[in-house]
Design a protein around this ligand. Structure first.
Ligand code: NAD
Ligand code: DAU
Length: 368
């Protein structure tokens, strides 16, 4: 039985992980810590609050005393660290918030873990610090380059990616220097329920439902490797169970698509779902699909993202060999589930979009 601290549990992947974990490990204790930024939402983990082992704490990973007291009082033995500022475009507009949360925040958690788990007066407690990271730390690839492996040198290109790379280095250093039992997973692009509609897939879905354009950056030929979020949760579970301390594992979706191809598949999925359910045209009258027109007509090319990474691709053979891990959800099944979730959860996406990022950042960081 584990006793976990899950940071960022009100965000996209964190909330999916809470549901995933409690569904499979109902006897575990799971303390969810989240600052509830614009990207964090109580409704995303609401169902978990009914489960005996679940507790939510509204707090900040940078609050060292809070984290130390949670680890101690709750006798926690595992940290799964999701909390971060996660959107590349926002990191380009305001990098300082990203450095503060992603680097300083991760360091505070490491300090707390070291203080509680490696107390020099006692014998080290059994523990695991799992850091959730991204394939973006490796930079980007040309069309014929080999995918990123765990030994690919770091070459981050956005402030977000650089902040995650710095955090990865700190986690590695705490293992090597202090013997903290860490593991890092570097995962590719996730999609699925509870993703804030600033990221490509949910943005496309909610824009289409509201009759708005789909903004495609540059020529739309940038390539990402897509993974359904539940598969990512399974990869983290496997890493917790079988991963070696101090080791890094790449997790990928085996699903490289350029953005235009991905958007084309998503549009077709939405069109098919509308064609099969006439009620949807009544509920979402502004959608092109409500009038029987192809959703792809909403594609609109806009200016490119500065420094836009051209291609990500993940070599996940280490995870397959050492953890016995493979993703299982193919893109068409994953997109269909995702489209249905957004259709059925309009109050959720309207609610999260009601919080203005600019207001939130001005309040939290008046000097940025
Ligand atoms: P998200 O933006 O949806 O959620 C982040 C959560 O962290 C939010 O609930 C937010 O309130 C919380 N948070 C932010 N600052 C905090 C602080 N100071 N203290 C406590 N909580 C704080 O992000 P996501 O997409 O779910 O990503 C989760 C993690 O996974 C991130 O570390 C990200 O780098 C990593 N990752 C994401 C993807 C992806 O495709 N989304 C892929 C690979 C790795
Ligand atoms: O690779 C993992 C990373 O994936 C995670 O670490 C990040 O947290 C996550 O946000 C994601 O980063 P991306 O920048 O790849 O994701 P995003 O959804 O922002 O963009 C995906 C692609 O779509 C990218 O090439 C940019 C493009 N795009 C994005 C948006 C929001 C558009 O063309 N138009 C858009 O409006």
């Amino acid at each position: 039985m584990r006793r976990l601290l899950v940071t960022g549990a009100a965000g996209f992947i964190g909330s999916n992980f809470v549901h995933y974990w409690l569904g499979r490990h109902p006897d575990d204790r799971l303390v969810a810590l989240d600052a509830l930024t614009y990207a964090g939402n109580r409704e995303s983990f609401e169902a978990a609050t009914l489960q005996r082992g679940f507790r939510f704490v509204h707090g900040d990973i940078r609050d060292l005393d809070l984290v130390i007291s949670l680890l101690t009082e709750e006798r926690l033995d595992t940290i799964v660290h999701f909390a971060a500022e996660s959107h590349v475009d926002r990191s380009i507009a305001r990098p300082d918030v990203f450095l503060d949360v992603n680097i300083v925040g991760t360091h505070r958690l490491l300090q707390a873990a070291r203080t509680v788990w490696l107390d020099p007066k006692g014998s080290p407690a059994k523990h695991r610090f799992h850091h959730v990271s991204t394939d973006e730390v490796y930079g980007d690839l040309g069309p014929d380059d080999a995918p990123f492996s765990e030994t690919t040198p770091f070459r981050p290109n956005s402030p977000y990616a650089a902040s995650k790379a710095a955090a990865d280095h700190l986690v590695r250093a705490y293992h090597r220097t202090y013997g903290l039992e860490t593991a890092i997973s570097n995962c590719s692009n996730n999609y699925g329920p509870y993703q804030y509609p600033e990221k490509l897939i949910p943005l496309c879905v909610v824009n289409l439902l509201q009759g708005k354009d789909i903004p495609v950056y540059g020529d739309g030929k940038n390539v990402r490797d897509w993974m359904y979020v539940e598969d990512h949760c399974a990869g983290i579970e496997r890493t917790l169970e079988r991963g070696q301390p101090g080791r890094t594992y790449n997790l990928g979706g085996n699903c490289e698509r350029d953005n235009l191809t991905l958007i084309g598949t998503l549009c077709k999925t939405l069109d098919e779902v509308f064609a099969g359910d006439p009620d949807l045209a009544v509920r979402y009258p502004a959608a092109l699909a409500a009038g029987g027109r192809p959703s792809a007509h909403a594609i609109s090319f806009v200016s490119d993202r500065p420094g836009h990474d051209r291609r990500y691709a993940v070599d996940a053979r280490r995870a397959a060999k050492e953890l016995g891990y493979e993703p299982t959800t193919d893109l068409s099944a994953g997109l269909r589930k995702t489209v249905h979730w957004y259709l059925e959860n309009e109050p959720w996406w309207r609610g999260v979009m009601g919080v203005s990022y600019d207001d939130w950042v001005r309040e939290q960081y008046p000097d940025s």
